[in-house]
Design a protein around this ligand. Sequence first.
Ligand SMILES: Cc1ncc(COP(=O)(O)O)c(C=O)c1O
Length: 338
Amino acid sequence: MKTIDLRSDTVTLPTKEMLEAIASAELGDDVSREDPTVNRLEQISADRFGKEAGLLVASGTAGNLISVMTHCRHGDEIYCESEAHIYYYEVGGMSAVAGVIPRLIKGNRGVYTSEQLEAHYRGREMHYPNPSLVAIENTHNRAGGCCWTPREVEEVGRAAHDRGMKVHIDGARIFNACVALDVSPEEYTKSVDSVTFCLSKGLSCPVGSVLVGDKEFIDRARKSRKILGGGMRQAGIIAAPGIVALETMIPRLREDHDNAKLLAKGLADMGLSIDMATVQTNIVVAETAPGKSAELISKAKRSGVLCSSFGRSLVRFVTHRGITEEDIEEVLERLKYH
Ligand SMILES: Cc1ncc(COP(=O)(O)O)c(C=O)c1O
């Protein structure tokens, strides 16, 4: 029986074209900025987002942490959504390493408004930490892959800047949002200061993320990366598939979104509780009976379908390049009997 792996889009394997690009990549020592392939990926990334510069990092977590370290000083406060990845799943790195304290805003499907940001803002008073950064997650993982609209990003960006704060987007899956809303990354992120995006998720690269921002910020971020031991040598072998990903892999994300909708509808027809309005990209979060997520996950596993826990009563399914429409039909068939 074929295993159908819906745990994450991080399970995607590199394409043949990516492997060929790795084999023929022109390489150099990237710590000295001498790897032409890394330099090219960083410039292409910056251009896509209309920013001045880019920085290749090992992972989305590294990109977010380096951004926080670079934007903030120890003791500063960062505003983020209450279930944001940067707060929920990054091992507390923002506090443990960057020394900042989070101020949480409860969003609606992962999105909070400029009014909420204003209401949470306490000003620069003697007793409060210095508010220095606002983080947006787009798409929002725990909300089920929901997108911010360009207008929502712009309004929060303006409210933050009016209060002297910088804005970072954790855009691990921002290209999914760009495809879903048919908006360019440049237009989408014009009102923010930095963006991290992942090459290693739906775009199918084996490793890597890129942080983009203005030149002065990226120069400082390069030092933050070095402090963390993230300076890499012939990193062109990571950058080469990244270039292939940016040039060829984005439009196909639409297939993943269509498959996610098909899956969500089928699971809902089976009686699982799904907020269909959250199924905007490649993630489906289903609610089980209270405390029953582990049971569903192990039953699915016995039938060769892998999915992951999002809590005691929530299960996450993620579609990606390794999953076809026929696979989704097969998943629904197999789960029907459980
Ligand atoms: C929204 C979001 N941000 C950041 C990350 C971290 O990326 P990485 O696993 O490459 O560290 C993830 C990973 O799933 C994510 O979903």
